[in-house]
Design a protein around this ligand. Sequence first.
Ligand code: FES
Length: 482
Amino acid sequence: MPALANNELRIVGFLCNWCSYGGADTAGVARASQPTDLRIIRVPCSGRVDPLFVLKALLNGADGVLVSGCHPRDCHYGTGNFYARRRLEVLKRFLPILGIDPARFSYTWVSASEGQRWQKVVSRFTEEIHALGPAPRFEAVEPLAKACSWTQESKGPVSVISPELLEQLKKAIADKLPELDCVLGWQEGRDLLHSVPLFIRSEDDLTKLRCDATCHNNLVRYLPDLKGQKVGIIVRSCEARSVVQLLQEGLISREELVVFALPCQGLLDLPRLEEALGRYQRLEDLTLTETTLRLRVDGQERVFQTADFRQSRCEQCPGELPAIADQSFGDFSGQTASQTLPPELAFLDSLNLQERMGFWRACMERCILCHACRNSCPMCVCRDQCIAESREPHWQSAEASVKEKFFFQIIHALHLAGRCTGCGECQANCPVGLPIFALRAHLNRIVSELFDGYQAGCDPKAVPPLLTYSQEEAHIHERSWE
Ligand code: FES
C-alpha cells in the first residue's frame, strides 16, 4: 500500500542480505502492509554500502535513501556494520552542506525475525519522505544569484626565512644528500611570485632553493610516487600533517624519509594577490618581509600589506614543531591557532538548504573538470585508479553536466573524510577559484565532533577514525523508530 495512494515517491533501500532483507521478507510473508515506494537493493552487508551509493541515488532522482543492516554485534561478517555506522553517520551530517535535507537519508538495523520492526521502519521513513515531498533536482535548482563573497579575515604575518636560516638548511641538506635519492623543496616558477617544486639531486640544485610565503605547493603529494627511494623533504606545519597521515595509512615508509622542518607563520594567498595585482607583463623585483610585500611590476612599484593576503587557512594553524621532524631549523614557538571557521564554510553555514544547493549549482557551472584539485591533493593517492575515471565500475559519465561535476567534487571530498589535513591545496590550485575547501573543512568538523576532536595528521600513532570502529560510539546515537 503506498503511503499516499497514486502518489509514490522514489525511495531506495540498501538492505543487508543476512538480516534486513530477511526482515523485509518476514514482513511480506506475514502479509504486513507496507508502502510500495521502496526499491530494494540487496547488499551482502551494510559495510558494503559506500556513502557514494547513497549520494549517487540522491543526485540521480531518489527522493529518499534508507540503509538497513544487522544490529550491532550481529553482523554476519563480525564488524561490517560497525564500520558502516561511522561512515553513514558522517554522511548524514555531510548532506546539509550540499543543500540536501539530511532527513532524506536514514540508516537503521533490522534483524531477519523483526518483520514488525521492518514494517514500522519502512512506513515511518516513507511517511517522512512524503512529508518532505519530491527532492529538488540539482540540475534544476536556481543558481544562487546573491553575491557569494566572504571577507577573508587574516591578521598575522607571513613566513620569511632569513638568509642565515636558509644557509643552515642548505648545509644540512648538502650533508645528507649523499645518502638520499633526492630532497623535495621549492624553486622560483614562472616569475618571482610563483614557486614550483624543486627536486634536489645535487649540490648545484641547492642554489635554486627558496622557502618563503610564496611556496604553497604541498610537496607531500610526490612522496607516494617516490616510495622505494630514500627521500628528504622540507616541511612546514601543514605539509608535516600530510606526511603523518600518509605514514598512518602505510602509504610511505618512515625509514625512507628524512624530514627537514621549517617554522611557518603563514603563506600568501596568490589567487587573491593576483587579482589585486591585475594583468602584468614583467615582474622585475620582489621584496618580502613578514608584513610587507613590495613588487616592481612593469616598471611600477606596488606595495601590499601581507596581512591582507595571508591564506585564511593559516589562521587555524598552530605552527608548532612537527612530531616527525628529523632536523629542525629556526624558532617553533608557534602562534595561537584561531578557532574561527574557514570563511567559505562560515558563509555556507549562513545559507539555508535551498541556497546551499543553488550555491553549488552556480559553482559547478564554472567547474571545468580539470581535476587539478585532485591532482594537487597530497591525500589523493589512487592516481590512475581514481574511481572518477574508472570505467569498471562506471561511477561517472564523461558528460560535463553540473550534476556530474558536483558528483566528482563529492567523490573527492568523501574520500578525504577523516584524512584531510587541511592544507587547502585543492582550492589554491583550482583555476576557476571554486571554494571546494569548504566541503573538506565541513567533513573535518564532523569528524572532530564525532570522534573526540580528532584531527587528521596530528598523531603518527593514531588510527584514522573511519578505518577503525568502536562497539559503543559515544557520539553516535541510533535513531529510535518506536
Ligand atoms: Fe548484515 Fe554485516 S552482514 S550488516
